[in-house]
Ligand binder design. Structure first.
Ligand code: ACO
Length: 428
C-alpha cells in the first residue's frame, strides 16, 4: 500500500503522497501543496528539498556510497576510463566497443576549436583567471555551432555532447596558456583524451611534452572521480538554466561559474595552501590541528568534512591510493604528502573530528596529485570542470527529455516593507 504524509494546517488535515526511490530514499510529494493549502515549504539552501527525480547518480552519505548509473565508483575507478564513464553518465549504459569507438572518434573529430576563437582569447588580459575564460569561451564556442542554438534534437545530441566534452579540454588548456602568455598548442589526433589535454597544457611549439603513463592514468582517474555528484551547486545550476530551455553550451557555462566559488570547486587549492603553510611553520601538523580544535582564527582542516558524506568520502580512499602509486612511479617524494598523512591519521583518532563525523573528502589528496603533475593551483578548479562536464551534460539531457519538466521557479517568503506610498524626491 502506498504511504502518505499528513499535514495539519489551520484545523484541516491534508494528505500528500510519499515517493520512494529505487534505493529506498523517501520524499513527501508537495507539488500541489500551495494550490491546496496556500502554504509553501521553507528550506533555504535546499538541504531537505528534492528538486528532481534523477536516474544518474546515487549517494548514501551515511554509508559512504557513490554509484554512477548503479555502478560502484570503486569498480568504475578500477576498470574504466573517463571517456567510457562520460558515455555511461550521459547515455545510461556502459558503451560496447563499437559505441566507445564511435564516441571516441567524435571526441577526436571535434577537438579543434574554430580558428576565430583565438581572437576571443586575445581579448582577455594576461593574468585573467582560467575559470573566467573557460566560462566565457564555452558560451562563445556555442555561437560557432548553429545546431546548438536550435531546439533540442535527440538525433544530434551525441554529437553536441562529444563536441562539448572534447572542446572544454581544448579551451581549458588554451585558457591556461593564455593566462601565462604562452602560445596555444593544437591537439593531436593520435592522442587519447587525457593525453591530449596534457599535451596541450605542457608541450611547446619546439618540443613535445613527455607523456608519462603514470601521470596520464592519475589525471584520467581524477576526471573520472569528479564526473558527477548528483544535485550539488553547479549541477543544480545547470539544471536550472536547462529548465528554461537554454542551449547546452549556455547551461554548461553557467555550471562553470557556479563551480568557480571557493565553497564548491576551490577546496583542493586550499588544501595545498594549508599544507604549505604547515610546512613553512616547521610543524608536522600537530600544532595546526590544535589550532583547528581551538577555533583559532577560524582555522579549518581543509579537505575534511562534507555536507553529504558523514562517513569516508569513497573518492578520497581511491585518490589516496592513486596518489601513493603515482608519486612512487614518478620517484617523487613530496613532504606535503607526509604532512597530509600525519594530519589524516591524527584527525581520524581525535574525538573532535570523530564526534563531528569529519572524514577526508575528495579534495584532501587530489591537490597533491595535481601539484606533482605540474598543474598550477589556479587550474585546479578548471580540472574539476573538465571532469564534471559529463555529469552536467547528463543532467541537462535529463531535464530536457523529461516529459513533465517545467521551468524551475522557487517561491519565497517576502520579509520586506509592506505597501507604502511613493514619496516625491523633494519630500524625502
Ligand atoms: N575542520 C574543522 N572543523 C570542521 C570542519 C573542518 N574541515 N568541517 C566541519 N567542521 C566542524 C564545524 O565547525 C562544526 O562544528 P560545531 O558543530 O562545533 O559548530 C561541525 O564540524 C559541523 O560542520 P558544518 O559546517 O555544519 O558542516 P557542513 O556540512 O555545513 O559543511 C563543509 C561541510 C563546508 C565541507 C565543511 O566540512 C568544510 O568547510 N570543510 C573544509 C572545506 C572542504 O574541504 N571543502 C570541500 C568539500 S568537498 C567538495 O566540494 C568537492
Amino acid at each position: 500500500m502506498s504511504q502518505t504524509a499528513k499535514l495539519e494546517l489551520e484545523g484541516k488535515t491534508f494528505e500528500f503522497p510519499v515517493i520512494v526511490g529505487t534505493e529506498g530514499e523517501k520524499g513527501v510529494d508537495v507539488r500541489d501543496l500551495r494550490a491546496r493549502t496556500g502554504y509553501i515549504t521553507y528550506d533555504e539552501a535546499y538541504g531537505n528539498t528534492g528538486s528532481c527525480q534523477s536516474r544518474i547518480t546515487f549517494i548514501d552519505g551515511e554509508q559512504g556510497i557513490l554509484r554512477y548509473r548503479g555502478y560502484p565508483i570503486e569498480e568504475l575507478a578500477e576498470g574504466s576510463t573517463f571517456v567510457q564513464i562520460a558515455y555511461l553518465l550521459i547515455f545510461g549504459k556502459l558503451p560496447t566497443e563499437p559505441e566507445r569507438q564511435r564516441f571516441s572518434d567524435l571526441l577526436t573529430d571535434y577537438q579543434m576549436i574554430h580558428e576565430d576563437m583565438k581572437f576571443h582569447f586575445e581579448g582577455f588580459p594576461s593574468g585573467s583567471h582560467p575559470m573566467a575564460m573557460l566560462s566565457a569561451m564555452i558560451n562563445a564556442a556555442g555561437c560557432f555551432i548553429p545546431e546548438v542554438m536550435n531546439r533540442y534534437e535527440p538525433a544530434i545530441f551525441e554529437r553536441q555532447a562529444a563536441r562539448l566534452i572534447s572542446q572544454v579540454r581544448t579551451l581549458a588548456a588554451y585558457a591556461y596558456r593564455k593566462s601565462r602568455g604562452l602560445p596555444a598548442i593544437y591537439p593531436k589526433r593520435k592522442y587519447r583524451y587525457t593525453q591530449n589535454f596534457l599535451h596541450m597544457m605542457f608541450s611547446e611549439p619546439d618540443e613535445d611534452y613527455h607523456l608519462d603513463p603514470a601521470v596520464v592514468d592519475a589525471l584520467d582517474l581524477i576526471f573520472l572521480l569528479h564526473a558527477d555528484h548528483e544535485q550539488n551547486c553547479s549541477t543544480s545550476t545547470v539544471r536550472m538554466v536547462a529548465s528554461s530551455r537554454a542551449n547546452l553550451f549556455a547551461s554548461a557555462a553557467a555550471g562553470v561559474c557556479a563551480l568557480w566559488g571557493p565553497l564548491h570547486g576551490g577546496a583542493n587549492q586550499a588544501v595545498i595552501e594549508m599544507l604549505e603553510e604547515i610546512q613553512i611553520q616547521g610543524d608536522d601538523g600537530s600544532r595546526f590541528l590544535e589550532r583547528v580544535k581551538q577555533r583559532d582564527g577560524h582555522a579549518k582542516l581543509m579537505g575534511f568534512g562534507h555536507r553529504v558524506y558523514k562517513n569516508f568520502d569513497p573518492r578520497a580512499r581511491i585518490i589516496k591510493k592513486a596518489c601513493d602509486v603515482m608519486l612512487d612511479k614518478m620517484g617523487i617524494h613530496d613532504p606535503l604528502l607526509d604532512i597530509a598523512k600525519k594530519l589524516e591519521e591524527t584527525a581520524l583518532n581525535d574525538p573532535y573530528f570523530v564526534e563531528r563525523k569529519l572524514y577526508p573528502n575528495v579534495d584532501f589528496y587530489s591537490g597533491i596529485i595535481l601539484k606533482a603533475i605540474g598543474i598550477p593551483s589556479e587550474m585546479f578548479t578548471v580540472i574539476f570542470a573538465i571532469g564534471r562536464m559529463p555529469g552536467w551534460i547528463a543532467n541537462y539531457k535529463e531535464v530536457i527529455e523529461s516529459s513533465d519538466s517545467r521551468i524551475y521557479r522557487p517561491r519565497q517568503i517576502y520579509q520586506g516593507e509592506i505597501q507604502r506610498p511613493y514619496v516625491p524626491i523633494e519630500e524625502r
